[in-house]
Structure formats: structure tokens, C-alpha cells
Design a protein. Structure first.
Ligand code: ADP
Ligand code: MG
Length: 344
């Protein structure tokens, strides 16, 4: 049975429509008809095929690269480079499978299993529940779920990653990639095939994760819910340094990066987006978070359990924990401008 998440954003699909690029660059926002057509194109071209299967009695999700997946990923990466966007699709099959399985086990290995399967696929335990995008589209998204997402992203951000030379970040923390687990009431992260450029400061990468999540909501919830929902999410996330960096990133970019921004906002109208981002920037200023000088707070934080960590290349190891404290010492002091992830 195919999983049926309504949102299937795949940047590679966009490149099959020159009109989309032209129109986006010319107008800053897509006309409605074209936006619908673009969405259809995007939905029809996917890097992966997702299916469900029961394997040795366990419900599993099989994620398989389609035959053109690597080419599409490379094409998208070319655009990311041209637009100076600091993310990359893992186009190499082995590297993708290692990272996807490693991150899944690092974050969800307390209850769920994952493994590489055949030469072009991974097999992941199915997490019971629905992703937050589907909840939002069906009108069942609650503050409780958003708080769970904020807490889980924060927990994930404490892991060390050798590959990223610092604390971990997701790279594609959009709402379809956050599953609200039935029963436990906690959120879990999935889908690890886009990775941040490791040269970025950790705070910039982690703020980008928050941004990507929030941009899914920006055109999809009512004005009445925008601030209560987004601030609940941010409060639960809680790290003042990362949220201060996010505040700087809440600006609509120009040039080539605008195309990806429009994908991220699901082609929401730019006037709505601008208005909502302004209100969120103000609200962040009034959030009662930990003081900005949070180095001490970070040092006191409990490190994630060793049992959640895998030994595969690029994911945290017990040994590398000592490096986490060095990273804390090197953390960008609040107020010092850091490199932005996009040309905003
Ligand atoms: N392990 C899993 N457990 C439950 N649902 C999953 C799992 N993996 C994927 N899904 C569902 O399939 C959708 C697509 O999977 P994802 O890994 O995000 O691939 P894609 O690259 O196509 O976005 C997710 O949004 C989620 O709804
Ligand atoms: Mg996904």
C-alpha cells in the first residue's frame, strides 16, 4: 500500500518547468493557475518511491530511489549551488542510505529499526501516527503536536555529528517529515536525504531547520492561529540563540533563492508571507526564552542517550561527545553576525 502524504515537494520536479522559474523570478510569486500547474509537476516527479510492507511481522516503510533519482538530485544540487543555498541532496546511493539509516536510528532507535535494503532502498519501521503536514491539511493540527515537534527538534539538535563537524541538524525539517506518534504523544523526525553544508555555523543550520518547518505553516493556517501555533512551537524548542538566529532569517530572499523559498512556502502569496513573518519577528522579541548567553545552559544540558546513537559514518559516537564541549566553547557569541543560509 502506498503512503499517501498529500505534500510531495520535490525540488527536482520544478526544473522541468522553465515557466515556473521565469515567472517566479519575474513576479516574485506565481499566478494561481501556474502555481497549481507547478504543484502538479512537482508532485508527479519524485526522487523516491515510498511503499509499505510487513517484514518479519513488523509494519515497514520501504523508501526506494527511482532510476532517475540520482540525476534529479544532482540537478537540484546544481541549482542549490547557483542559488547559494547551503543544502545538498545526497545523490550518491550508498551515502544516502548510510545517512538515512544512521539518522533514523540515532533519533528513533529507542523503539524502531532501520536498515539498508537491496542496492537502492532503505527499510524503516513504520512509526504509527501521521505527519504534521497531513494533520494541518485535515484541520487536526494542535498546539500540543507543535510543542511535541519543537521538543523533538531541540532534542535532535543536541546530538553531535562528525559529518557536520558540530551538533546535528536535519536539513529538511518540513512538516511532512515530522510524525506525531500515536500513543506516546511525542513527535519523531524522518527523511534524511538532504543535508546542510557542514561549513555553516551550527546555529545557522539549526535555525534553518526551524525556518523550514515554519514556512510550511505560513500559508496554510488561519491568521488567528499563526502566532499561537508558531510561538508554541518555538517556546517548546526553547533555545534562545537558535531562535535569535531564526529571527534574522525570517526575511523573503531575492534572486535565485526565491524559487526554493516559494517551494518551502508552498507558493503562498508573498504579501501574506511578508505580513506573517513580520508579526512573528515581533512576537519572537517578546518570547520569554532563556537568556541569550546560553552557553552555560547548554553545558548543563543532559546529553542524549548513547543507545540512540549509531556507529555509522557521519553520525554521533560516544567518543565524539568530548568534541561537543569543544563546539560549545567555539559557539558563535550572541549578536555576532553569522552567515545566512540563503541570499536573503
Ligand atoms: N518510518 C516511517 N514511518 C511512518 N511514516 C513514514 C515513514 N517514512 C516515511 N513515512 C511517510 O511517508 C512520507 C514520505 O516519506 P519521506 O521519507 O519523507 O520521503 P520523501 O523524500 O518522499 O519526502 C512521509 O511524509 C511520511 O508520511
Ligand atoms: Mg519527506
Amino acid at each position: 500500500m502506498l503512503l499517501n502524504s498529500k505534500k510531495k515537494i520535490n525540488a527536482a520536479g520544478i526544473f522541468s518547468s522553465v515557466h515556473v522559474i521565469e515567472s517566479t523570478l519575474r513576479n516574485g510569486v506565481l499566478p494561481d493557475g501556474l502555481s497549481n500547474a507547478a504543484t502538479a509537476v512537482v508532485e508527479s516527479l519524485k526522487i523516491n518511491v515510498i511503499s509499505e510492507r510487513t517484514y518479519r511481522g513488523r509494519p515497514m516503510v520501504i523508501k526506494r530511489r527511482n532510476p532517475y533519482g540520482a540525476k534529479m538530485a544532482d540537478m537540484t544540487n546544481l541549482y542549490f549551488r547557483l542559488a547559494k543555498l547551503p543544502i545538498r541532496y545526497l545523490s550518491d546511493l550508498d551515502e544516502w542510505r548510510r545517512w538515512e539509516v544512521g539518522c533514523f536510528l540515532m533519533l528513533n532507535g529507542d523503539r524502531y529499526r532501520a536498515a539498508a535494503a537491496r542496492k537502492n532502498a532503505v527499510r524503516l519501521d513504520k512509526i504509527p501516527g501521521r505527519n504534521l503536514w497531513d494533520h494541518m491539511k485535515q484541520g487536526t493540527l494542535t498546539r500540543h503536536m507543535l510543542q511535541a515537534a519543537g521538543r523533538e527538534i531541540h532534542r535532535a539538535h543536541q546530538f553531535w555529528s562528525d559529518k557536520l563537524s558540530g551538533r546535528w541538524s536535519h536539513g529538511d525539517a518540513s512538516m511532512p517529515n515530522v510524525i506525531f506518534e500515536e500513543g506516546s504523544g511525542r513527535a519523531r523526525l524522518i527523511d534524511f536525504e538532504i543535508r546542510h553544508d557542514e561549513s555553516l555555523p551550527v546555529v545557522t543550520r539549526q535555525a534553518d531547520d526551524l525556518l523550514v518547518f515554519l514556512l510550511d505553516m505560513v500559508g496554510n493556517i488561519s491568521s488567528r492561529h499563526w502566532l499561537p501555533f508558531t510561538t508554541s512551537f518555538l517556546r517548546a524548542y526553547g533555545d534562545a540563540d537558535v531562535i535569535a538566529e531564526l529571527r534574522k532569517q525570517l526575511v523573503i530572499p531575492s534572486g535565485l533563492a526565491l524559487l526554493w523559498w516559494n517551494v518551502r512556502t508552498n507558493f503562498a502569496k508573498s504579501a501574506t508571507v511578508a505580513r506573517r513573518l513580520t508579526s512573528l519577528r515581533k512576537a519572537i522579541g517578546q518570547l520569554d526564552l532563556y537568556p541569550l548567553a546560553s552557553g552555560a545552559r547548554r553545558r548543563q544540558k543532559r546529553r542524549p542517550s548513547k543507545t540512540c546513537q549509531t556507529r555509522s559514518a557521519g553520525t554521533p559516537t560516544a567518543k565524539s561527545r568530548t568534541r561537543a564541549s569543544r563546539e560549545i566553547a567555539k559557539a558563535v557569541p550572541p549578536g555576532m553576525p553569522s552567515r545566512l543560509p540563503m541570499t536573503r
